[in-house]
Design a protein around this ligand. Structure first.
Ligand code: KG4
Ligand code: ZN
Length: 347
């Protein structure tokens, strides 16, 4: 089964072709970060317009790389949500137009299911069931993944997402957007113990997260430093912020592993690229006999491969979840745990 995947939920435009027998055949991606950098964050209207310009050439590039014709497709998968409404509409609209022209069915994919399944693109993929830590710019969740499509939410952030905590701390330190990778880079030269930052909710018995207080703490330290908030102090503060965020993420993941007894843990989403997070989890989980799975770095952030894969798997498990081209909608807010039987556009 050959599926084209289209991703336009936020600030990456991406397309990929995934075959259920041969795996990933081709992929292409354009990141808009340079464009949004000047504004310190994603500007939704600019994102939509750029998706319109980029998407069709990216689909063609992925197709060429795969060496197939679009007529060979079995379905076209697009990110239906969650995400920016206007950005999602570009992907859904192009998918629908292509589907109509080619006479192919569409399949609307949940963006977070794409992230969740992204480790399955690796040479050594995890088996179901597993515990998942999903950490992106908009979400921070611990999920018990019993099987494909069966996701139980164990805990999530009550305010900022982990990626937001990275991005906001980075902004306070005068770093560019997106702040996560930049903060991590600066942190590498800092001493995390130079500042004592809070680890909100780390010892609470639940599996929820809270990062808003951390951002405030970073702000307070930056203000206290005043003109001195440069040089080594800045690197130390970056290191302390990263240390606090990853401490909380690791602590809660260990707690969730104990609560569920799952012997495999998957870490997915943009923050999953963070080296310190990977190192701390790698130091803690294998010694408990728990296998740890990370997506390849190129599939941590938003990409088309995870959407093509999730679409193909959905089609295999629930063939009735495909719908005819022509009618489509997007779901800017969409609960991952309610995926169950596929919702139909207009239904
Ligand atoms: O999954 P993703 O690409 O997009 C969303 O769906 O949100 O995640 C983007 C987030 C941003 O907040 C970015 O700063 C963060 O992932 N991020 C990182 C790193 N790379 C990306 N955070 C910490 N360390 C990194 N190396
Ligand atoms: Zn994402």
């Amino acid at each position: 089964m050959l599926v084209l995947g289209i991703e336009t939920s936020c600030d990456e435009t991406a397309a990929a072709l995934y075959d259920t027998r041969d795996g990933l055949l081709g992929h292409a991606l354009h990141s808009q970060v340079d464009m949004h950098q000047a504004y310190g964050g994603v500007v939704p209207e600019l994102a939509s317009r750029d998706h319109i310009r980029r998407l069709v050439p990216l689909i063609e590039a992925a197709r060429q790389q795969a060496g197939v014709s679009l007529q060979q497709l079995d379905a076209i998968a697009y990110t239906r949500g969650p995400g920016l409404a206007g950005a999602l509409l570009v992907g859904a609209g192009v998918a629908s137009a292509l589907g109509m022209a080619l006479g192919k069915p569409l399949i609307g994919v949940h963006h977070l299911e794409g992230h969740l399944l992204s480790p399955l693109l690796s040479a050594q993929p995890p088996d179901f069931p597993f515990l998942a830590l999903l950490v992106s710019g908009g979400h921070t969740m611990l999920l018990d993944v019993q099987d494909f499509g069966r996701y139980t939410l164990l805990g999530e952030t009550v305010d900022d997402a982990a990626g937001e905590a990275f991005d906001k701390s980075a902004k306070l330190l005068g770093l560019g957007y997106p702040g996560g990778p930049e903060l991590a880079r600066l942190a590498a030269t800092g001493n995390p113990r130079a500042f004592d930052l809070p680890r909100p909710k780390m010892h609470s018995p639940d599996l929820d997260f809270s990062f808003a207080g951390l951002k405030t703490a970073v702000l307070t330290r930056v203000r206290a430093l005043g003109a001195e908030a440069g040089g080594q102090h800045r690197a130390d503060l970056a290191a302390a912020a990263q240390d606090a965020i990853t401490d909380v993420l690791v602590h809660k993941t260990l707690r969730a592993q104990q609560a569920t007894g799952r012997n495999a843990v998957v870490v997915a989403g943009g923050v999953g690229a963070n080296r310190q997070l990977r190192a701390k989890l790698s130091a803690a989980l294998p010694q408990r006999g728990v296998r740890l799975f990370f997506p390849e770095l190129q599939w941590c952030g938003d990409n088309g491969a995870m959407i093509a894969l999730a679409g193909a798997m959905r089609l295999q498990h629930h063939p009735d979840s495909a719908h005819a081209a022509g009618a489509f909608d997007v779901l800017p807010r969409w609960d991952l745990t309610q995926l169950g039987p596929p919702p139909q556009p207009g239904g």
